[in-house]
Design a protein around this ligand. Structure first.
Ligand code: AMP
Ligand code: MG
Length: 339
């Protein structure tokens, strides 16, 4: 699929602002192979995969490999698992250099790079305040606590040493969290594992982050953007192949108090939820970057967010603002004007 035809198809879908359901996976077979699918709760979200394989042995092994990779990343990067590398960093890095795995080091380096490219909108140290929100228990920090901890939110407090692969915090109150990028990383890893196994057609979804290998055998995959205010509706369904797409929304984790929604995407400037938009979708080749960018653009808001994506080659954005108006990046807009 050429970029123009991809963009054209996407825009047509956007224009209809359609309300479709994603088709359910059926265990189909045409004699040359079959679809294998599964979904499991891992990383605090729903992991779903659909894989075309030529034999049941390969299909079942491939599904298992995806789930195993998700669980591995969870054990490595979850802030809720005491033995995770991330928890260890949060316990120790304010006091000493902490040696970490090359994989985590690379993801941290990418995250810090993304912070400087997004004027600090994406910032894993948001967690210095963010860890005090508990959306299930409807808990949030009071204004005074936010004020006291706000100076700990700054990616420049994180010092990474390339040579010995260590991390150190320059401020005693810093905490980090990779919730804005780890799922995208897990999806990219899972797709790489599937490719190594010889799989050519697959979908892997971790919450709002989806990666696709090939097409759905003769037709595109259909990936939905949820309507932020209607749990069971898709606001837009986009036909895609061999690409990835991430959506960040204010509906994933939140609670309401006096009519105000306290949700999980935090502005590093204020230590509070970001309110300019309801959802941001990024489409591009790397799920890790889609994931980080969708969180960043959510914080940046419509204008700065679209400007950033227009300067990011190979990546496109669809933003639903807090008035439920759609905005999209330049290539989408250009095709829209043509139609
Ligand atoms: P996403 O799941 O990609 O929509 O990103 C939201 C998640 O990213 C949240 O649940 C937090 O774990 C994390 N997060 C929240 N605010 C930020 C921020 N400003 N920068 C980086 N990560 C964030
Ligand atoms: Mg994200």
């Amino acid at each position: 699929m050429t970029k123009t035809s991809l963009v054209r198809t996407v825009v047509v879908c956007l224009l209809y602002w359609c309300v479709f359901q994603i088709p359910q996976v059926a265990a189909q077979t045409d004699g040359s192979g079959a679809w294998y699918s599964d979904s499991r709760p891992i990383m605090g979200t729903n992991i779903r995969t659909e894989i075309w394989a030529e034999s049941p042995t390969l299909g079942l092994a491939a599904v298992e490999a995806v789930m195993t990779e998700m669980e591995r990343i969870n054990q490595l990067m979850s802030p809720y698992i005491q033995s995770s590398e991330l928890s260890k960093i949060n316990r120790l890095a304010a006091h000493s250099n902490v040696e970490i795995s090359p994989e985590l080091f690379d993801l941290l380096q990418l995250s810090i790079g993304l912070s400087s490219e997004t004027q600090g909108a994406f910032d894993i140290t948001y967690a210095s305040v963010g860890y005090l929100y508990n959306y299930r228990e409807k808990q949030r920090p009071d204004e005074q606590t936010i004020h006291q901890l706000l100076e700990a939110i700054n990616y420049r407090h994180v010092v990474l040493n390339e040579e010995d692969k260590t991390i150190k915090f320059k401020h005693p109150k810093v905490k980090i969290d990779l919730g804005g990028i780890a799922k995208g990383h897990a999806v990219d890893n899972a797709l790489a594992i599937l490719t190594d196994m010889g799989i050519e057609h697959a979908l892997v979804t971790a919450g709002g982050d989806t990666g696709l290998l090939g097409d759905r055998r003769g037709r595109p995959w259909k990936v939905g953007i949820r309507d932020p205010r209607h749990r069971d509706k898709q606001a837009v369904v986009i036909p895609l192949e061999n690409i990835a797409m991430s959506t960040s929304g204010d509906y994933e984790r939140y609670f309401e108090e006096d009519g105000k929604r306290f949700h999980h995407i935090i502005s590093p400037q204020s230590g509070e939820s970001s309110y300019e938009v309801q959802s941001v979708t990024i489409i591009g080749p790397k799920s890790t970057l889609n994931d980080g960018l969708s969180t960043a653009v959510f914080v940046l808001g419509v204008q700065k967010g679209i400007d950033l994506i227009n300067q990011t080659r190979g990546y496109e954005a669809i933003i639903l603002d807090n008035q439920r108006r759609l905005h999209y990046s330049k290539s989408f807009e250009a095709v829209n004007a043509e139609n």
